[in-house]
Write a protein that binds this ligand. Sequence first.
Ligand code: CDP
Length: 208
Amino acid sequence: MIIAIDGPAASGKGTLARRLAEHFELRHLDTGLTYRAVAAALLAKGLPLGDEDVALEIARNLDLAHMDKSILSSHEIGEAASRIAVLGGLREELVALQKSFANTPPGAVLDGRDIGTVVCPDADVKLFVTASVEARARRRTDEMLSKGQEAEFSSVLDDLKRRDARDSERTVAPMRQAEDAHLLDTTEMDIESAFKTAVDIVSRARLS
Ligand code: CDP
């Protein structure tokens, strides 16, 4: 059983993926963390983000079981991750790791930008989770403030728009909804109703 979840930043896809994995007793991989882990290692070494040879070397030694979300979730690392995510060779390496995670029994929930289109095109269920950019900026701002970080709505909004453009306009594996994905627009939904809707979609797909 493989559930593929894609969507833009702050759409709620990460929380949904984690909760669906718990509910259906599957493993979960936030593929954004793989890009973040490589970006963080480049930043830590003070190396240019465009250095694909070093990025590949880091990716080859990546241990999916030891990616620390609390360290990798910083704004700076997210920005760097979306910059290195345009490197085709690096993507191939990370996609191979992600595919092998997905194909290990009993299956998994993967979330990212290209899961339904590239990583798991044969997934049993695909969801494309989205929300208006304003709703996403509000959520991201509230989330940062609740963690005691500084955040200003207008700059978070600009940042999300920039990141959406970079992720959907890149030539390699751009973010897009797979043709057979269910669209889940959470603009007017809280996480509980988004979760219920997603469980319904997955349960129906499992029966068919
Ligand atoms: O949720 P948020 O966008 O803040 O971060 P993320 O999901 O951790 O992803 C960080 C960056 O990694 C994204 O902006 C994408 O450029 C890239 N990414 C990707 O290209 N493909 C994926 N499957 C996952 C993330």
